[in-house]
Design a protein around this ligand. Structure first.
Ligand SMILES: C[S@@+](CC[C@H](N)C(=O)[O-])C[C@H]1O[C@@H](n2cnc3c(N)ncnc32)[C@H](O)[C@@H]1O
Length: 326
């Protein structure tokens, strides 16, 4: 069991990283804030509402892929024991399809969900324990960039790495390449990684998914300012900011912005700093990169992988791509 001291050190580390990233991001021009900080307890709840929205096609599309292709996925994994490592597991809604199937097939595996949100991991752990008390589950709280170090400790057992829900789209193309090359360093020849990519499609379908009429996505993005107010003692007047979404059909970049609707100054006490916003100045808060198969295959090649199989949904909206190290 973790000691109180080590838990406190982790909390302090999370706080310092958050403070440091907010200071760096709001000091630069254009201003940016990393999207990984969307996910506090309120953000987790809002994201669960987003996943239930009819406009947010990503959930249903990937759900369909996993539901219809679960036996193919197990064929690709093979029959030996493995560690099922999930990067950015969230509430594991879709992963539970695979877990349920693997358990029914009497597969021997241990599940290690990694997430930066301790809140969502606690919920996931409880839920999994209630459903499948026999499931071996070892959650890891933290940034998956750091959690990679933990992966390296067990090299003798096969690894199956899941990176679902188009989380990869939150990285710039070069960052995605670096990140996946780094993941590859911890993988052996027989290990596999299954990555969810959201595909280029009708721009309206994409924009509607990030710009719902009920304003749930707007609330999700603006929650980041509430979080800074609460955790870093800031005085953002959140109603003086608005959510804005863009999609570039050439590059596939879908971007979320928080835009200041007037000239204003915000004080962040924990940073002992004032930040000035011009009217209509934006904070770049999230990239949700859309891919096509050529981009995916290039990414696999450049990061040292080969594509084993692309698993699409019927509409061709989403692909879970299975890769092995070259
Ligand atoms: C868009 S949700 C997707 C959740 C899940 N993969 C799915 O498909 O439903 C992103 C999840 O990744 C987590 N996350 C985002 N950035 C992260 C990072 N750098 N390290 C660890 N977890 C991260 C968030 O806390 C959140 O639970």
């Amino acid at each position: 069991m973790e000691s109180i001291v080590s838990v406190n050190i982790e909390i302090e580390k999370d706080f310092c990283n958050f403070a440091k990233d907010v200071l760096t991001g709001l000091s630069q021009s254009p201003k940016v804030l990393p999207s990984k900080y969307f996910y506090d307890a309120k953000g987790d709840k809002l994201f669960q509402q987003i996943m239930d929205m009819p406009e947010y096609y990503l959930t249903n599309s990937e759900f369909e892929v996993l539901e219809t292709q679960k036996s193919r996925i197990l064929d690709l994994i093979g029959s030996e024991s493995f560690d099922l490592i999930e990067l950015g597991a969230g509430d594991g809604t879709k992963t539970k399809i695979l877990i349920d199937y693997f358990l029914h097939q009497k597969t021997n595996f241990c599940y290690a969900p990694i997430d930066i949100s301790g809140n969502v991991l606690d919920q996931l752990k409880q839920d999994l324990h209630q459903r499948w008390p026999q499931l071996c589950c070892e959650p890891v709280q933290g940034d998956y960039f750091d959690a990679l170090e933990n992966l390296s400790q067990s090299t003798d057992i096969k690894k199956v790495i899941l990176f679902l829900g188009a989380n990869i789209g939150n990285l710039q193309l070069e960052e995605a390449e670096d990140f996946l090359s780094h993941v590859g360093e911890y993988m052996q020849k027989e290990d596999i990684i299954l990555i969810g990519f959201d595909l280029k499609k009708d721009p309206k379908v994409i924009l509607d998914a990030y710009n719902d009429p009920k304003g749930i996505t707007a609330a999700f993005n603006l929650n980041l300012l509430h979080r800074i107010n609460r955790e870093l003692q800031a005085d953002f007047k959140v109603n003086q900011f608005k959510h804005w979404e863009t999609y570039n059909p050439v590059t596939g970049a879908t971007r979320s912005f928080i835009v200041s609707t007037c000239e204003q100054t915000v004080h962040i006490e924990a940073l002992d700093t004032y930040f000035h916003f011009n009217a209509w100045e934006a904070i770049d808060v999230e990239l949700s990169q859309k891919y096509d198969t050529t981009m995916i295959e290039n990414l696999a090649k450049k990061s040292g992988f080969e594509v084993v199989e692309h698993l699409f949904d019927r509409k061709g909206y989403f692909v879970d791509s299975v890769w092995r190290k070259k």
